[in-house]
Design a protein around this ligand. Structure first.
Ligand code: RM4
Ligand code: NI
Length: 289
């Protein structure tokens, strides 16, 4: 199968501009591809399975990905998934700014592609994206510079409002879905107590559950299970850990039950997943020269 490469000419309304924005309301299933441009992906609603360079991520509201042109990614299952794509050509950025810090992965060093945004960050980003939409669809004087400066503001807003779960939540984030998702992400290997979370955040379980379902299209235990399965897939592929150890690290006390759930969710057993995705070497070992 020839790899699919998406071209700027097909996705940028104006090739003279360094940036283009595209809302995906919704994003459909999309085959594996790379691009001749870089891409930021902001998840606004719903959920889906995003596979980035072979690694599956269950994505939902507030997730943010920094994708480089040559990265391979696909959306293999979607459920009312709403995305905002911001596409840009690194070689066309002319303003002097520390782009390397603002755009993880730009300098091609190892980086973290996945981030989370606070609610405030999403709101600020969306306001800037609306302005970008206007500028990129008209060919006004100073268009390119205006677009690049809006893009710069956008990257700063995204940088400032990344969710750092270790921090105490800002008052406006207390009891929010963003705070909940951050808490779930740190509960992969242990139980998660929603009642305790709600008591701590002074919110009601019912309202939070309802809001979570509306915004993500999932229920809380279902999402947590998906996060655990994705983490297990990562560990199966990139570590030499025993399957029973992986089960424990993914919050399953019983490794048989883990295998049942894994197989039900992915269609194959953990062992088969490991075989199919084997990188050839257990983690920590390097190839002989
Ligand atoms: C597609 C999908 C791809 C993106 C293109 C521009 O709908 O979101 O990931 O590269 O749009
Ligand atoms: Ni893409």
């Amino acid at each position: 199968m020839t790899p699919l490469i998406l071209h700027k000419a097909d996705f940028f309304p104006n090739a003279a501009f360094p940036v283009a924005v595209a809302g995906r309301y919704p994003q459909d299933v999309f085959v594996e591809h790379s691009h001749d441009f870089n891409e930021l992906v902001m998840v606004l609603r719903g959920n889906g399975l995003h596979v980035l360079n072979g690694r599956p991520w269950r994505i939902t509201r507030g997730d943010l990905f920094y994708i480089r042109a040559a990265d391979k990614h696909s959306y293999t299952s979607v459920n009312n998934l709403v995305l905002q794509n911001i596409m840009y050509c690194p070689g066309m950025l002319t303003l002097s700014a520390d782009w390397g810090r603002l755009l993880p992965g730009l300098d091609n060093r190892a980086y973290r592609p996945d981030w989370r945004l606070t609610g405030r960050g999403m709101a600020e980003a969306r306001a800037l994206i609306t302005q970008l939409e206007q500028e990129t669809s008209s060919a006004g004087e100073w268009g390119s510079v205006m677009i690049e400066s809006l893009f710069l503001q956008l990257t700063i807003a995204l940088y400032r409002h990344r969710y750092i779960p270790a921090q105490a939540p800002e008052p406006e984030e207390r009891g929010s879905i963003e705070a909940l998702i951050a808490a779930l992400a740190t509960s992969l290997d242990s139980g998660f107590d929603l009642a305790q979370f709600c008591a701590h955040h002074h919110c009601t379980e019912r309202a939070l559950r309802q809001q979570f379902r509306q915004q993500t299209g999932m229920n809380i235990p279902g999402y947590l299970r998906q996060l655990r399965i994705c983490h297990a897939q990562y560990l199966l592929q990139h570590s030499g850990l025993l399957i029973s150890d992986i089960a424990t690290r993914c919050g399953f006390e019983d490794s048989n039950y883990f295998s049942v759930v894994f197989t039900r969710e992915t269609g194959i057993t953990p062992r088969q997943w490991r075989q199919n995705h084997s990188t050839g070497l257990p983690a920590g070992l390097s190839a002989a020269p």
